[in-house]
Design a protein around this ligand. Structure first.
Ligand code: SF4
Ligand code: SF4
Length: 753
């Protein structure tokens, strides 16, 4: 059944859920749409049971085994699952007395750790680093200055290297500047779990907070460990305190206490931390006790190092090595006696330390000079200063080191290996040449944000290029082709603030683009209030898709409440973002006078609104709220309902778009305005058409953009909208027969004429 109609985007309309309103009751107690039922079962494992799973979940379990009173954080790869699981396990955690807080940003999460300044409560916070640590740094400085009596652990997703999604900097700098202990555990589940427990003890012994950096590979490494019973915290939701402790000015990070706190850091806390790390053997000496040369490695890089040493036949798959290796599971502070003991009597030591600057290497150099240890020190002279230390990178560095000191290993085998890699890489490059286009990451199929950038692209044809202040979130995909929109990214929720210096200098108003996640994370305060305070002439475009989608579609304060009542599929298919007006009410409440809400899929309307913002005589802040539910989340919501309805043999209608290949001329302007992965090309069946024609594949979710763009950009009329009806009614069948009859009639006439 086909209908050549375009106007109604599939993802619009009403939703029968309750609207909690601004600051109203929380959505289903923080319910997140992805289910972690299986993972929650793992958290319940008792003494002796075997835990099998990934590293970051092992950390979640270890926190409960360590008896934490509270967990907070802000989601972000690669540690999102820790908070996601804790939030979904709230009921179980409440039984234990553990409080969970999905914080509005990392700053709030770090401030939450302040609970352990006065009270002997263990607490944990988690976020993505380096960006999250940047946001949290003010609270972290204050926390570290005051010091803690309850153990505090910050689990950092060290998003560094291949696959990272943020600026490449090291969390290590924060440990140094604020005097916070830093663990970098060997990616091995029993080690990680043990170190979580030790981290709390270290924190309580030294009064220092402890950070644990977990790289992508450590978070997602799979393994097993013997579980222990979860510990009910002594102070908890179920065992409450009866009041604050006696007033103690030293607990405040405020002068004059801060001067004493600085001395405490150097004279008391740091020595206590070093002693603990040494006494508890947090760092591991692996391999032979003696040797001509030795390797010092960050714990998190140990597995890669072993893989590299295997190529030299200097290690086996079980991690046994023929070279002495010092594995630094605690990378800050270092224990000078451990370093001198390891290096003494060796000709040379290679420090394997990822990222820049080489903090560890520099500290080791100081320790060796002060201890008058004569071992030659190498590190960044043989290994690259920047970038991930992959097996190949390590191999190349080790090759130079081992050749220089003639320290054994199958050098010839590794040289061959490196040659082969280079050969293969060269062959691949030669074969591929320009044949394959690069494939930049892009929005999901049917994403509500894509139509807005199509509109923005079209509007720029009228106004010329406009300065776009970009932000963090899914909308950053618009920086890639086919849109290539965005002139700067200054951080999460920072776009409007980042356009403040550009705005007064531009003939055409710049546009700051921000997601609703960024809006609540930082954008409201840093951008909106600052702009209002200065009465700036500015444009803010907020994507209201209902979630912090880029971090895994977690809820925000403006996520519409889910209905607990069963809904029919037709209702569920509609977007539900517009049932929540928290963003609009907040902006109006702050005094924003120019505010428009548009449906993202209505490209012409979005264009009209953008034009209005760019040309308005109003000189204050102009905000466009572009609403359309995150397609990923919508699909998650709709598909199970649809499957159940199909089982009940109910009538289901799905929308798909297609391209009439007889009409398509193959100029692909639709693709240049969309970039939807479902809108692709295929060879035309018409031998007279040389260029491939546009084609919509089966991934299309019928978002409506294809039709909308065809209209808004006055493209060719090749697109059609099809409604696929499953379990049709008698009326559907009748209509289908009439339509097919009419089409056959017209086709016959066309052939005759
Ligand atoms: S996750 Fe949602 S908002 Fe992000 S690209 Fe996908 S559909 Fe768009
Ligand atoms: S092919 Fe077109 S209608 Fe289908 S999902 Fe992609 S943009 Fe939407």
């Amino acid at each position: 059944m086909q209908a050549r109609t375009f106007p109604v985007p599939a993802a619009e309309g009403g939703w029968p859920g309750r609207n909690p309103g601004s600051g109203g009751e929380r959505h289903n107690g923080g319910f997140m749409e992805v289910s972690f039922r299986r993972e929650i079962e793992l958290l319940r494992l008792g003494d002796g049971a075997e835990f099998r799973g990934e590293g970051i979940l092992a950390v979640a379990k270890a926190l409960l085994q360590a008896g934490v009173s509270y967990i907070g954080g802000y989601q972000g790869a690669p540690v999102s699952h820790l908070l996601d699981v804790a939030v979904q396990a709230r009921d179980y955690l409440a039984e234990l007395g553990v409080h969970v807080e999905a914080c509005a940003n990392e700053s709030a999460a770090a401030a939450m750790l302040g609970a352990s300044i006065n009270y002997p409560m263990r607490g944990a916070a988690t976020w993505k680093s380096i960006v999250g640590t940047n946001v949290a740094s003010d609270a972290l400085s204050n926390l570290a200055s005051a010091g803690v009596v309850g153990g505090t652990l910050i689990v950092l997703g060290e998003d560094y290297g291949e696959g990272a999604s943020v600026i490449q900097e090291r969390s290590h700098a924060y440990a140094l500047k604020s005097s916070i202990c830093l663990f970098d555990p060997r990616p091995n589940l029993p080690t990680i779990v043990d170190l979580v427990e030790q981290a709390f003890e270290l924190s309580e012994t030294s009064n220092m907070p402890v950070m644990m950096e977990l790289r992508i590979r450590a978070c997602h490494v799979h393994g097993r460990f013997r579980a222990k019973d979860n510990r009910r915290p002594l102070i908890s939701r179920n065992a409450r305190l009866h009041g604050p402790p006696e007033f103690n000015y030293d607990r405040l990070s405020h002068p004059p206490a801060t001067f004493r706190q600085e001395k405490l850091k150097a004279d008391v806390r740091m020595p206590a931390a070093r002693k603990f790390i040494g006494d508890r053997n947090i760092n591991e000496f692996i391999g032979p006790v003696r040797g001509e040369v030795g390797l010092v490695v960050q714990g998190g890089l140990f597995n890669t190092l072993i893989r590299a040493l295997q190529q030299f036949e200097l290690a086996d798959i079980g991690g046994r090595t023929k070279l002495p290796v010092l594995v630094l599971n605690a990378v800050y502070p270092l224990v000078p006696e451990q370093i001198t003991r390891f290096c003494a009597g060796k000709r040379a030591v290679l420090v394997v330390e990822e990222g820049q600057p080489e903090f560890i290497e520099q500290e080791i150099a100081t320790i060796l000079r002060r201890g008058d240890v004569q071992a030659a020190l190498h590190g960044k002279d043989f290994l690259p200063m920047a970038g991930e230390y992959t097996v190949e990178t390590m191999l190349r560095g080790l090759l130079v080191f081992l050749k220089r000191y003639g320290s054994g290993g199958n050098i010839a085998a590794v040289e061959n290996w490196v040659r082969e890699i280079e050969q293969r890489r060269g062959d691949a490059q030669h074969l591929l040449g320009d044949l394959l286009p690069t494939r930049p990451p892009t929005f999901c199929v049917g994403c509500p944000e894509r139509p807005v950038f199509a509109a923005l692209k079209l509007v720029q044809q009228e106004f010329g290029p406009v300065h776009i202040a970009g932000d963090i979130g899914c909308h950053a995909f618009a920086t890639f082709e086919p849109f290539s929109l965005g002139n700067s990214i200054l951080g999460y929720g920072m776009s409007l603030a980042s356009s403040a210096g550009v705005r007064p200098m531009m003939a055409t108003r710049p546009i700051a683009v921000m997601g609703d996640g960024g809006f609540w994370h930082n954008g409201l305060l840093s951008g909106v209030t600052s702009t209002l305070l200065n009465r700036d002439d500015a444009i803010l475009l907020v994507f209201k898709n209902g979630y912090t989608s880029a971090t895994g579609t977690q809820e925000i304060i403006s996520t519409p409440l889910q209905t607990e009542q069963p809904v029919d599929v037709a209702q569920a298919q509609r977007s539900r973002t517009h049932t929540d007006r928290t963003i609009e009410r907040t902006l109006t409440g702050l005094g924003v006078k120019w505010l428009r809400t548009v449906h993202t899929y209505r490209v012409s309307e979005v264009m009209k609104t953008l034009r209005a913002a760019l040309t308005s005589s109003y000189s204050g802040l102009k905000v466009i709220v572009a609403e359309g539910e995150c397609q990923l989340e919508r699909e998650r919501r709709v598909r199970p309902l649809m499957a159940r309805a199909l089982q009940r043999r109910e009538r289901i209608v799905r929308t798909r778009f297609g391209v009439d290949e007889d009409v398509c001329t193959g100029d692909h302007s639709c693709i240049r305005l969309s970039g939807c992965p479902s809108l692709t090309v295929k060879t035309s069946s018409d031998p007279l058409k040389i260029d491939p024609v546009a084609s919509v594949n089966h991934g299309c979710v019928g978002c409506g953009l294809c039709g909308e763009v065809a209209h808004a950009a006055t493209l060719c009329p090749s697109f059609y909208r099809a409604e696929i009806v499953q379990h049709p009614t008698g009326w559907d069948r009748f209509l289908d027969r009439v339509r097919m009859g009419a089409i056959r009639l017209m086709q016959r006439r066309a052939v005759i004429s």
